[in-house]
Structure formats: structure tokens, C-alpha cells
Design a protein around this ligand. Structure first.
Ligand code: SF4
Ligand code: SF4
Length: 142
């Protein structure tokens, strides 16, 4: 796996998934990529990011990505895009802009609580594990 692109394209709700990542995922290739991105982004607050509401660098390694659409279940593409848009609506972040990761974490920290994930992430199989809520909680106390 090579160096990560600068700026790195991340779909909005994946910012939250990265906070809660603990090695689980949809395939070995997927978890390797997610791990690489999470490892880098957790420590490098100056990393430049471009926010998307479509398939990103993580989806690129996902077995559910077909032709750059999320096909995990019927209507998944619509549902994950709605999740991205909800993250943007709540945080005030916007797509297409190059923004430092530190600015993104600060905005998420200010505008989102672990309880918000119940609505934002409804339908996600990983939600009930509580890892993502914990990740957000840790961000808020850092
Ligand atoms: S609950 Fe699912 S969608 Fe929400 S942040 Fe976690 S992994 Fe991502
Ligand atoms: S399940 Fe869908 S949104 Fe999530 S990483 Fe895979 S293709 Fe992307």
C-alpha cells in the first residue's frame, strides 16, 4: 500500500467511522486500508482532507463498492449519501474544500455528541458495538 494522497478524499460519515475503527471491516483489503488511514489521521492534525458525499479512498478497498456506488444492500448508496449529508448538516463542514484534519476534528468535537450517532448511523451494523460512540467521546475529552 502506497502513501496516502494529499489531500485525501474522505466521505463525510467515514470521518466518524475512522474515530471508532478497531480493526473490523468487510474484507482483509478493507481493514488494511481503513487501518492505514485511521493510523495516519489520528496522529497528523495537519493532514489535508477533501470531504466527499460519494465513494472515497476507503470505499475503493471495499467489496461492496461496485462502479463507485455502495451496493452493500438495496438502497445503500442513497442511505450512505444521506448519512454523509447529515454529518455535513450537523457540523457545517462542506464538500470539495481542502481542509486540515485538525479543523475537522475541532468542528466534530464542537458539534457532535456520541448520542448523535444513534440517528446519524441508524441501520449501521457496527453501531451497537459502541466503538464509534467511544471514539467520539475520546475525541471530545482530548
Ligand atoms: S456506527 Fe457505522 S456509520 Fe456510524 S460511525 Fe460507526 S461504523 Fe461509521
Ligand atoms: S459499505 Fe459502502 S460506504 Fe461503506 S466503505 Fe463499503 S462501499 Fe463505502
Amino acid at each position: 500500500m502506497g502513501e496516502l494522497a494529499h489531500p485525501l478524499e474522505i466521505r463525510a460519515h467515514h470521518l466518524l467511522c475512522l474515530l471508532g475503527f478497531r480493526g473490523l471491516g468487510y474484507s482483509l483489503e478493507f481493514t488494511k486500508k481503513m487501518g492505514k488511514v485511521a493510523e495516519e489521521l489520528r496522529v497528523n492534525s495537519t493532514f489535508p482532507i477533501t470531504i466527499l458525499t460519494e465513494c472515497d479512498v476507503i470505499c475503493a478497498s471495499c467489496p461492496h463498492n461496485k462502479d463507485n456506488k455502495c451496493c452493500k444492500k438495496p438502497y445503500s448508496e442513497l442511505k450512505v449519501k444521506a448519512r454523509d449529508l447529515e454529518v455535513l448538516r450537523r457540523t457545517g463542514l462542506t464538500t470539495g474544500t481542502h481542509i486540515s484534519l485538525g479543523t475537522i476534528w475541532a468542528r466534530i468535537k464542537k458539534r457532535l455528541t456520541p448520542e448523535d450517532l444513534v440517528l446519524i448511523c441508524q441501520g449501521c451494523e457496527w453501531l451497537e458495538l459502541g466503538y464509534c460512540a467511544k471514539g467520539l467521546e475520546v475525541l471530545e475529552t482530548s
